[in-house]
Ligand binder design. Structure first.
Ligand code: 2BA
Length: 109
């Protein structure tokens, strides 16, 4: 058995959960925050049998889209002065960041 930890953009989360559920995958949704943009994103926990791994990855790849987002990165105006001001930086946020873990044991009580 595998556990997928999929970090996706909030815009894709509802559609992705629906698509996964309709194909019989179990999903847990967590409200999370990206460390770089400090913006909300969604993390899904998906526990699956090994034989369904490719199917789940396919659904994630199909539903989730990359988008450009603007981040406010701090910059130092005067070196040594300790004064920082934000300036906009454009970054491409991925459709999904997916970690695949092997599950040692799975039980439901
Ligand atoms: P954030 O940390 O908010 O990052 C959003 C996007 O900003 C990233 O998209 C990337 O394009 C850019 N970015 C991140 N760190 C950067 C840096 N130090 N310098 C320049 N640009 C940077 P993605 O790579 O697609 O990541 C989307 C979200 O997935 C991340 O949101 C974070 O929540 C999660 N994530 C990505 N890689 C991760 C990792 N190795 N471990 C845990 N979470 C990760």
């Amino acid at each position: 058995m595998k556990l997928l930890i999929a970090i996706v953009q909030d815009e894709d989360a509802t559609k992705l959960i629906s698509a996964l559920m309709s194909e019989g995958y179990g999903v847990t949704k967590l409200a999370t925050t990206g460390g770089f943009l400090r913006a909300g994103n969604t993390t899904l926990l998906i526990g699956i049998e090994d034989c369904k791994l490719d199917g789940a990855m396919g659904v994630i790849e199909k539903v989730c889209h990359s988008r450009k987002q603007v981040a406010s990165a701090p910059t130092q105006m005067s070196p040594g002065m300790g004064s920082f001001t934000p300036y906009p930086v454009e970054v491409m946020v991925g459709g999904a960041t997916v970690f695949q873990l092997s599950v040692e044991q799975f039980k439901k009580f």
